[in-house]
Design a binder for this molecule. Structure first.
Ligand code: UDP
Ligand code: MG
Length: 330
């Protein structure tokens, strides 16, 4: 579905590092990564995605790329962390894809433990910054609330969606597309694709170099994203059920208002022109009709969404004695 090369991966592990103006930390980061990865005796690559840095980050990355295990993708401008991660995922050759922040707030030393956890039979092991070292009121506290809400709404209960550090099996990524700032919902999308998700407490360090690229406004964007994710999770293939509820509720209120208008007219002799309730009834009748038409449009749109790109409406974990059907020709 995405452009990832098929299941037989060329490497064991692809680290994916989004980089935006991290020239002070990137060298220490690279050294720490190599120090952890080399003793593991696995075939790995480190993919740095330079998300339009304006400082000397790219020059540093160019130096690292003298090592053929280092791959660098440079964006023309800043497209955001989610796009940087998506680019890394799409270029990755490893059976396991492993995003990590470039600022050393995540600790590469956690990588082996997370890989071991993945081996227990999971598709995603999400890092949980149990002792998060960020400003309390602007980051840790709002994100704690957001995490609660996300868990409640999506049914995928994790302590920390925002932690970049995640060990992800490539098969599951093949069925996940990331837009906007949706990388923190990756576990939710992976769950929707049928993946097995778990979490592991990981270390977290204060930022030693450079500045955070996010502010409090992020929390509000997260809440808006959550609305989208909730809709996709619950109604992506059946939008009329979503809009239909509002439609029926509106028609119901309209019916009651109209009925009461009639009772007032015939039982109590109040003329309709003297009853504002009549207008309320008309308003809700129109709203009900709009919701219904909206739902039908969404149904049409949904069919275009899935069929135009041959997106599947289901995901298979394994097949026994049967091959995947050949793509439908239109
Ligand atoms: N980042 C990026 N593009 C952006 C913002 C951030 O690639 O537009 C990278 C950044 O360089 C870092 C990671 O995403 O490697 C997380 O960013 P940051 O440390 O600022 O977030 P925080 O830890 O403060 O939540
Ligand atoms: Mg950080």
């Amino acid at each position: 579905m995405t452009d990832l090369t098929p299941a037989t991966a060329a490497l064991d592990l692809s680290m994916v590092v989004p980089v935006y103006n991290e020239e002070e930390s990137i060298a220490a980061m690279h050294a720490a990564l190599l120090e952890t990865l080399e003793p593991l005796n696995i075939a790995f690559e480190i993919i740095y995605v330079d998300d339009g840095s304006k400082d000397g980050s790219f020059a540093k990355l160019r130096e690292f790329a003298a090592d053929p295990r280092v791959k660098v993708v440079q964006f023309r401008r800043n497209f955001g962390q989610t796009a940087a991660m998506a680019a890394g995922f799409e270029h990755a050759q490893g059976a396991i894809v492993f995003p990590i922040d470039a600022d050393l707030q995540n600790d590469p030393k956690d990588i082996p433990r997370m890989l071991a956890k993945l081996d227990e039979g999971y598709d995603v092991v999400a890092g949980w910054r149990q002792k998060r070292q960020d400003a309390f009121w602007t980051k840790t506290f709002p994100s704690r609330i957001a995490n609660r809400i996300i868990g409640r709404v999506t049914g995928v209960v994790l302590h920390d969606y925002g932690c970049t550090l995640k060990a992800i099996r490539r098969d599951i990524l093949q069925d996940v597309r990331l837009y906007g700032e949706m990388h923190r919902f990756l576990p939710v999308f992976a769950h929707l694709a049928g993946g097995r998700i778990t979490e592991l407490a990981v270390a977290h360090h204060p930022r030693r170099w450079g500045v955070s690229k996010y502010t409090l406004s992020k929390t509000f964007r997260v809440i808006l994203d959550l609305v989208t994710v909730y809709f996709l999770a619950a109604y992506a293939t059946k939008p009329i059920y979503f809009f239909g509820r509002f439609s029926f509720a509106s028609f119901g209120i309209a019916g009651l208002a109209m009925a009461w208008t009639l009772v007032n007219r015939f039982a109590f002799g109040i003329f309709v022109k003297d009853q504002p309730l009549f207008l309320v009834g008309i308003f809700f009748a129109i709203a009900g009709l709009q919701f219904l038409l909206f739902g039908l449009l969404a149904e049409l749109n949904m069919r275009t969404y899935y069929e135009s790109q041959g997106k599947p409406t289901y995901f298979v974990r394994e097949r026994l004695n049967i091959a995947a059907p050949s793509p439908r020709s239109h």
